[in-house]
Ligand binder design. Structure first.
Ligand SMILES: Nc1ncnc2c1ncn2[C@@H]1O[C@H](COP(=O)(O)OP(=O)(O)OP(=O)(O)O)[C@@H](O)[C@H]1O
Ligand SMILES: [Zn+2]
Length: 655
């Protein structure tokens, strides 16, 4: 007798089908790939499925995340996806969770319930977390991702294959900080600057809650040049006048007048081009056209079609309106995260970048252009997701059917190579030097007389090593506890005090061996601390050189710049060796909050991903940026006859 799964049984055999029905599968991410994967699993006969996704459905998801409809916009992806796939097989037992896989709810015990994990994520940080949990639980993990026409599926299994962190992860495409802050020459530089401004003004606690990065505090300062010591302070009294008139005028004056005055004073920058001219808001508002277009911001935003280039005055008007609205929203929500799909946030970045472009004689851009450049959108292609998800299912069935030795990584190319679009490669062995899957020792070189415990924890352990809730032990003493879960107020206050201490004054001295653990990730690594002054020397030298020929006004930027210098090095980490990517002193990328962040998946590419290259990618990259770095030869072991393919490069990239 035939049933709906008879084809499956015929193809894979009764035994394999039984294993499929008995297996428990965890799908992480219900976006572009996740929707396809869920549908494939249910149609193939998988019954026991958990799905986790932290997001709600956005209108922009509907073109490819086909389980979702217009009436689902605003609802949690995981829950809607569950209901949708139940229609394919109402007998399936699906648990859907609207949550972040990095939280304690999805701990090692939770992972251990499954036979297989399928990751359909879109960011490195969550992927690293899932990688660690799967290694700890001994669970096979199918990693997948797409970027435009490119895609990849690979399998990770403890002790048998390389893990997600065995090799260096993408280093984001960066722009020199000085170009962004002082000397933009292309629209993209102004867009990156505008995103940074968004983060500074409205990021609040979501910017890390660090007062140092709070642009509003900075803005209280009306000194535009000089120093107290030298007694040559120049003040911009107008800034205080504007402050009296309200927030939006104050912000406008600070970023488009005071700051521009500072830049204009840097003679060296303007030897070969026209210096920027500070803007006067009153002059702009007095212009006739403003009266003609004096509509409320909301109306204006709605009426102007995305593709229309706003006039300069329209940009100013939109900027003022959005600044006010975003400030209110930020206060209510304790900080905002920049979201290209949020009308007001996008309009703010678009208008701010256009105003800056005008100041520096750079062409302005439409909101449509800004949206794609701010996210360097590689359109997500439903077909790519479908192909990759099909491969995810194929690999899943091999694993569940006990044919792990037949698994391989597969790359989807844009152009056929020897009439093939799909390039299978055999799985790589684990990297013996990997600090994650081989628990190799690592060494951290930094100035222990200068760096605080807080900076060490936040920048090195959390950002660079992706340890979410670090617990530090030296000898037998627990010296720092990262997570907030079990701590009371007093303990949290105590921790804050510890974070303010200099490392060297708190057991983290030259020669200390510190054990770093994250119970949630079941992660453990031993780190040797090595004190060095070498990075300070580098920084000092650079400063001396710069000071020789640059105006003193530029010194105001020094503190910020110092943060971008290389100040530590990790030896032995396979993924994030140091903040070395900032070696050229002045490179930056911004996160979705607009803040500088080097462990982030949201980067801006000046040029698109070379299409001839195969990607080790993230999940769908429709709206986010994709970056490419770190190309390593893709050794084609599976099929040796094609020399073209063996030259192909694989890239780890994320969107
Ligand atoms: N830490 C996490 N925990 C749970 N789900 C996550 C986590 N990080 C990302 N995701 C989910 O992974 C999915 C990735 O899918 P996809 O790349 O299609 O993203 P998207 O946000 O739907 O689309 P786009 O970014 O193109 O607008 C998203 O639905 C996202 O919510
Ligand atoms: Zn590894």
């Amino acid at each position: 007798m035939t049933d709906r799964f008879s084809a499956m049984k015929l193809t894979y055999g009764e035994e394999c089908f039984k294993a499929i029905q008995e297996s428990k599968v965890l799908v992480i991410g219900a976006g572009g790939i996740g929707c396809e994967v869920l549908k494939n699993l249910v149609l193939a006969g998988f019954i026991n499925i958990d799905v986790v996704d932290l997001d709600i459905i956005d209108i922009s998801n509907l073109n490819r995340q086909f389980l979702f409809r217009m009436n689902h916009v605003g609802q949690p992806k995981a829950l809607v996806a569950k209901d949708a796939v139940l229609q394919y097989n109402p007998l399936a037992n699906i648990n859907a969770y609207h949550g972040d896989v990095k939280t304690q709810q999805f701990d090692l015990e939770y992972f251990k319930k499954f036979n297989l994990v399928l990751s359909a994520l879109d960011n490195i940080s969550a992927r690293r977390h899932v990688n660690r949990l799967c290694l700890s639980a001994g669970l096979p993990l199918v990693e997948s991702g797409t970027a435009g026409y490119l895609g990849q599926v690979t399998i990770i299994k403890k002790g048998e294959t390389e893990c997600y962190e065995c090799h260096p992860l993408p280093v984001p495409k960066q722009f020199p900080v000085c170009t962004i802050r002082s000397n933009p020459s292309a629209p993209i530089h102004c867009i990156v600057w505008a995103k940074m401004l968004f983060g500074k003004l409205f990021g609040g606690q979501k910017n890390g809650g660090d007062d140092d990065t709070n642009g509003i505090t900075d803005m209280d300062n009306n000194i535009i040049s000089g120093s107290e010591e030298n007694g040559d302070i120049v003040r911009d009294e107008q800034l205080l006048v504007e402050k009296e008139k309200g927030y939006k005028r104050w912000v406008f004056h600070k970023v488009f007048n005071t700051d521009i005055q500072i830049l204009a004073k840097m003679a060296d920058l303007w030897k070969e081009k026209q210096p920027p001219s500070p803007l006067s808001l009153d002059n702009i508002l007095d212009q006739k056209e403003i009266d003609e277009t004096s509509k409320e911001g909301d109306q204006l935003i709605n009426q102007l079609k995305d593709q229309k280039l706003w006039s300069f005055k329209e940009n100013v008007e939109v900027f003022l309106d959005c600044a006010e609205k975003l400030k209110d929203q930020s206060e209510k929500e304790n900080g905002l995260v920049w979201d290209k799909d949020d009308e007001i946030s996008l309009s703010f970045v678009c208008s701010a970048s256009n105003i800056r472009s005008q100041i520096f004689n750079i062409p302005m851009k439409s909101r449509f252009d800004v949206k794609s450049m701010a996210g360097n959108i590689i359109p997500a292609i439903g077909t790519t997701n479908a192909i990759i998800s099909g491969l995810v299912l194929t690999e899943a069935i091999k694993i569940i059917g006990g044919r792990f030795n037949e698994c391989h990584s597969t790359y989807l190319m844009k152009e056929p190579s020897s009439r093939r679009l799909l390039i299978p490669t055999s799985l790589e062995e684990p990297n013996p030097k990997c600090f994650v899957c081989n628990r190799n020792f690592i060494t951290c070189k930094l100035n222990t007389d200068k760096v605080t415990v807080g900076k060490f924890v936040n920048e090195i352990l959390k950002k660079s090593l992706a340890v979410n809730e670090p617990i530090l032990t030296v000898g037998n003493d627990l010296i720092y506890e990262g997570g907030d879960q079990d701590l009371d107020k007093e303990e949290i206050a105590q921790r804050k005090k510890i974070e303010e201490k200099i490392m060297g004054q708190y057991r983290l001295v030259n020669g200390s061996q510190v054990i770093i653990e994250d119970y949630n990730q079941d992660f453990k690594v031993t780190m040797n601390i090595v004190h060095t002054n070498e990075f300070d020397e580098d920084i000092k030298k650079k400063k001396e050189e710069e000071n020789k020929d640059q105006n003193r006004a530029k010194q105001q930027d020094e503190k910020k710049k110092e943060e971008d210098e290389k100040w530590f090095e990790i030896i032995g980490s396979t993924t994030t060796p140091s903040n070395e990517n900032k070696k050229e002193c002045d490179a930056t990328n911004t996160n979705e909050n607009g803040m500088v962040d080097d462990d982030d998946d949201f980067e801006i590419l000046e040029t698109p991903v070379p299409e001839s290259l195969v990607c080790k990618t993230s999940s769908t990259a429709s709206t986010n940026t994709t970056t490419t770095t770190n190309t390593t030869s893709l050794k084609r072991k599976y099929d040796e006859e094609d020399s073209e393919i063996s030259d192909a490069k694989k890239q780890k990239s994320d969107s």
